[in-house]
Design a protein around this ligand. Structure first.
Ligand SMILES: [Zn+2]
Length: 242
């Protein structure tokens, strides 16, 4: 694990900017860590996959949205990831995620492997670009992780509130609710066309496929394996299970 220096601490008045120098330090620390572990994660501008403490510029976007006022989460528990991914156009794009630091290294490795396999993920933007509106982000097929919110229709906090869950290509992998054996709700609403899982489309996550295996071998649970609802977009990690 690279040293995740707390660059700033929310609510305690310590706000240091992640400047170019610190960014370079983080990259070189990551490179050293990769050398030690034998992993090959290039850190150049084209094939770049790295993570750092949440920079102040990113925190400003999150404040009042995915990180609401009075949010009890310690910002030091969260990590900012920036990396290359393949889009539906088959070209390289840059993705951004905020995740719990307990999964930062795992997810960096997973996204590097997805990139090497040219696995297509349409958009990976901060949910704050959608005003932290999950339905808006999902219906735009945007992949996201941290968002301090309750489970829809419940008072319980979502695993996303800890940054321990990620939703991949959510339009193509909707969350399907059932009542008396019949579909009662599909999230996002425009995901109805993608409830059918048999289609020969690698972007529709299926049990045993490449992306499923990648997450499961890294200790994640898949929402498509649940019984009462099928959350095909959702992978979550429980650090207490390790
Ligand atoms: Zn989810």
């Amino acid at each position: 694990m690279i040293a995740l220096t707390p660059l700033f601490s929310c609510g305690k008045g310590i706000h240091n900017r992640l400047n170019g120098h610190q960014e370079r330090v983080i990259k070189s620390e990551l490179k050293n860590e990769q050398k030690k572990s034998g992993e090959k994660i290039a850190a150049d501008n084209f094939d770049c996959h790295f993570f750092s403490p949440v920079p102040e510029s990113v925190f400003k976007k999150m404040e009042g949205k995915s990180f609401p006022k009075d949010c009890p989460v310690d910002i030091k528990e969260l990590t900012y990831m920036k990396f290359s991914h393949y889009g539906f156009d088959g070209k390289t794009h840059t993705g951004e995620l905020v995740v719990n630091k307990a999964v930062a290294k795992k997810l960096t490795r997973i996204f590097h492997q997805l990139y090497e396999a040219k696995y297509q993920i349409e958009k990976i933007k901060l949910i704050d670009e959608y005003g932290a509106d999950d339905e808006a982000s999902m219906s735009d097929n945007n992949t996201s992780a941290f968002c301090y919110r309750k489970i829809a229709g419940s008072t319980n906090l979502s695993v996303h509130a800890k940054g321990l869950a990620i939703d991949i290509n959510p339009l193509y992998n909707p969350c399907v609710h059932y009542k008396n054996g019949k579909i009662s709700k599909v999230e996002p609403k425009n995901g109805q066309a993608y409830v059918e899982r048999a289609a020969n489309d690698p972007r529709r996550i299926k049990k045993g496929d490449f992306i499923y295996k990648l997450f499961v071998t890294n200790g994640f649970t898949w929402g498509g394996d649940w019984k009462t609802l099928k959350d095909y977009q959702h992978f979550e990690y429980d650090p207490e299970k390790e």
